[in-house]
Design a protein around this ligand. Structure first.
Ligand code: UFG
Length: 341
């Protein structure tokens, strides 16, 4: 069975994918610099799976330390999650985003070359489709026209990785374009817990429901959507995790670069999510209508047929499941905080 290096393995999507990999029998080596995650997630992965693995607290920009991982382990494939991901922050700190996300990936590519690692899965984003494509988004649509440095790093890294497959025809690279991951592992031991005031919808909703923030601002109710609020393709993070394992299997039988959407194919509005959350949790979410947020699109969701056909993968969880698991994680976190942990 392959030994898989997971960069950013303590993060939201990374930690859930580590669990899925271990449960499918893969060996893993995990690295994270903990800028937006904690060692508790690493312990939780071990607790959920009952399995051990090497962990490195390491920054991918620190090439010398990063190389030690390749010296000390025989790596067969890499799943590269590590990266900065806050859209708004990327607008105020473009250098930080370009430097961090691009140089870390370039370091990874150099080490893959040096150590003969030929399989790579990369965390891309639906944001690479830009604003001009019709919905649902299909993998063969033109990409680019990204509107913030975060999105531009995803677009650029996709291009870099496609270019790397030209002189390395025996590499197998899969770019996964995520839609909106929410939910948490049903154990409630790992989930999304951002530092500070959340930017994204579900962490904001759970903080309002927990009484830590007074009110959700719904950014715009005059979009051309079924109820006027913005529509996205929310996907359970455990479905996303299983998509990575399917992509890894695919690297065994393909060469070159290929790209897959990981979405459900269903669009839900902000108010659909609020109402589903209230139904799943039994807790009321106070909200008010606020102006549109700069840079938001009215509506997009995935065409999820390519991943179904070629990877044999499709999402299993619905919006209520996602809300239930996000709330379960939040409640567990609050219990831990109350216990002083
Ligand atoms: N929203 C609110 N109130 C909030 C937060 C969000 O109404 O407090 C709305 C947004 O306007 C949007 C929807 O909820 O309509 C989802 O917003 P998120 O911030 O959760 O997610 P986005 O779709 O804006 O962003 C996601 C990822 C980014 C990625 C982007 C584009 O978080 O990483 O999709 O693909 F770049």
């Amino acid at each position: 069975m392959m030994n898989v290096l997971v960069t950013g393995g303590a993060g939201f999507i990374g930690s859930h994918t580590c669990v899925e990999l271990l449960e499918c029998g893969y060996q893993i080596v995990v690295m994270d610099n903990f800028v937006n995650s904690t060692a508790a997630a690493v312990d939780a992965i071990k607790k959920i799976t009952g399995k051990e693995f090497p962990f490195y607290e390491c920054d991918m920009l620190d090439l010398e330390n990063f190389e030690k991982i390749f010296q000390e382990n025989k790596i067969d494939a890499v799943i590269h999650f590590a990266g900065l991901k806050a859209v708004g922050e990327s607008v105020t700190k473009p250098w930080l985003y370009y430097h961090n996300n691009l140089v870390s990936t370039l370091n990874l590519i150099a080490l893959m070359e040096k150590y003969g690692v030929k399989k790579l899965i990369f965390s891309s984003s639906a944001t690479v489709y830009g604003a001009k494509n019709p919905i649902p988004y299909r993998e063969d649509m033109e990409t680019g026209g990204t509107t913030n440095p975060y999105g531009s790093t995803k677009f650029m890294i996709e291009q870099i990785l496609k270019d790397e497959c030209v002189p390395h025809p025996d590499w197998s690279v899969i770019l996964l374009r995520y839609f909106n991951p929410i939910g948490a592992h049903p154990s409630g031991l790992i989930g999304e817990d951002p530092n500070g005031i959340p930017n994204n919808l579900m962490p904001y909703i759970t903080r309002v429901a927990a009484g830590k923030l007074p009110c959700l601002s719904v950014y715009g109710d005059d979009y051309p959507t079924h109820d006027g609020t913005g529509v996205r393709d929310y996907i359970h993070v455990c479905d996303l995790a299983s998509g990575h394992v399917k992509a890894l299997e695919k690297t065994e039988t393909m060469q070159g670069a290929d790209v897959y959407n990981l979405g459900t194919g269903c669009g839900s509005s902000v108010l659909d999510v609020v109402h589903a959350f209230e139904e799943a949790s039994g807790v009321k979410v106070t909200y008010k209508i606020a102006p549109r947020r700069a840079g938001d699109l009215a509506e997009y969701y995935a065409d999820a047929t390519k991943a179904k056909k070629e990877l044999g993968w499709e999402a299993k969880y619905n919006l209520l499941d996602m809300c239930r698991d996000s709330w379960n994680f939040t409640k567990k976190r609050m219990e831990q905080e109350a216990a002083g942990k």
